[in-house]
Design a protein around this ligand. Structure first.
Ligand code: ADP
Ligand code: ASP
Ligand code: MG
Length: 418
């Protein structure tokens, strides 16, 4: 008997029929003698609908109240799933985040999980119940409801699995695993049988929406065996077959994985670029520009400082597109005059495309093949950023999909074996 956490995303919970299928699948695992905790998302479209309502009332919704609203989608899901399980004759109990409780910090709309009390969950499991915990939400030290950021149910599930020392966390979604890139953009993308934790971490942080980055961080920190698999298969498929399906995130790198130089391509349209023009080139300049940005709690991504000409230089960086206006406001208020720069110019329509692979550590020429491929497509690279296992480039966002398809082909990702 094992304790296993299942997570079902929005599409998987998207209709009454799908919820009934989730219940059938969970019942199958329970009947095989396992203790099951389920972490569902809101039904697909529901979180968007709730946020939309909030924005109709307040253009920039109050964060505390936004979390109050956005968290309700998952409350509906857990109740419906508990009922579906009961109709199949199982004993099930649903909980919201605050009932567990899932404790978080107080950063509304992007809270971090601090701790999870397992007392009630364990009590129910010991009595043979299936436990259903609402994803995406928690409660801060002052008992305010918080949410974990878009896609946050992944993180809820892996954190619950870590707290319970579950033997596996199964992330059921609308694709049958982690692919070489988003199959919606590149139909030739292939499923990876395994992906290393480090690669998954890079892919998630570089924009692959298949897993929320913090869920991958939790999986790594607590060594939670995590598998991404499809919820759209026959819920009664044989258990041993299901246990082998999808993509496993591994913490060990085997030789086979080394053979693929690039394992995946990630992309993100959530980028915006700002440039401070004609900044006096002297020590401390990066700090005087980025200090006020950090103080305003804005995350900076790629940074480039140009060669100085006649004592001045241009300083560019990217931020999340949501924080574009805020960034410009901070620069105009706290930086331009103070550092003696000429002005701020900005481009909110840039995208980041990244190639990721642990094989990049031991191979040369990977980045140059990337640049060659993009140049053959006539795509101008605006900024470059590299680490040991990834190379990212910033480009005009209208070329993003073309770039992803060309790179997918150039690196042979439609052919190599995982
Ligand atoms: P869920 O609602 O189950 O959490 P998401 O929509 O958050 O599902 O994530 C699944 C989607 O992620 C897929 O439908 C797919 O379009 C997208 N995706 C992006 N990158 C990848 C990738 N590398 N492999 C698989 N799916 C990906
Ligand atoms: N329902 C939330 C969202 O749409 C959380 C999730 O689906 O993981 O972002
Ligand atoms: Mg998701």
């Amino acid at each position: 008997m094992a304790l296993i956490v299942h997570k079902y995303g929005g599409t998987s919970m998207g209709s009454v029929e799908r919820i009934k299928n989730v219940a059938r699948r969970v019942a199958k695992w329970h009947a095989a003698g396992h203790q099951i905790v389920v972490v569902p998302s809101a039904m697909s479209g529901e979180t968007n609908r709730l946020i939309g309502l909030a924005k109709e009332i307040q253009e920039q919704p109050d964060p505390r109240e936004l979390d109050m609203i956005a968290s309700t989608g998952e409350q509906v899901s857990v109740g419906l799933l508990a009922m579906a399980l009961k109709s199949l004759g199982l004993d099930a109990r649903s909980y919201t985040g605050w009932q567990v409780p899932v404790r978080t910090d107080a950063s509304y709309t992007k809270a971090r999980i601090a701790s999870i009390d397992d007392t009630r969950i364990r009590g129910d499991l010991d009595q043979g119940r299936v436990v259903i915990v609402a994803g995406f939400q928690g409660i801060d030290d002052d008992n305010n409801i918080t949410t974990l950021g878009r896609g946050g149910s992944d993180t809820s599930a892996v954190a619950v699995a870590a707290a319970l020392k579950a033997s596996e966390c199964l992330i059921y979604t609308d694709v049958d695993g982690v692919y070489t890139t988003d199959p919606r953009v590149v139909p030739e993308a292939r499923r990876l049988r395994v992906v290393s934790f480090e690669e998954m971490l890079e892919m998630a942080s570089l924009g692959s929406k298949i897993l929320q980055i913090r869920s991958v961080e939790f999986a790594g920190k607590y060594r939670v065996p995590t598998r991404v698999l499809s919820s759209l298969t026959d819920p009664l498929m044989p258990l041993d077959e299901e246990m082998q399906s999808g993509t496993l995130i591994t913490f060990e790198e085997d030789e086979k994985m080394e053979s693929a130089v690039v394992s995946g391509i990630a992309f993100s349209r959530d980028e915006a670029k700002v440039t401070v023009l004609a900044v006096p080139d002297k020590p401390g300049i990066a700090y005087s520009i980025l200090g006020p940005i950090a103080a305003a709690n804005i995350d900076v991504d790629v940074i480039v400082q140009n060669q100085s000409v006649a004592g001045t230089t241009d300083f560019s960086f990217t931020v999340h597109r949501n924080e574009f206006q805020k960034t410009i406001d901070v620069l105009n208020r706290d930086v331009v005059t103070q550092v003696g720069a000429r002005e701020v110019v900005a481009d909110p329509k840039v995208a980041k495309v990244s190639i990721v692979g642990i094989g990049m550590r031991s191979h040369v020429g990977v980045a140059s093949l990337m640049f060659k491929t993009l140049s053959e497509e006539g795509i101008n690279i605006q900024m470059i950023s590299t680490s040991e296992i990834k190379t990212s480039v910033i480009m005009d966002d209208k070329y993003m999909e073309l770039a992803v398809r060309a790179l997918h082909k150039a690196f042979g990702l439609d052919q190599t074996q995982a």
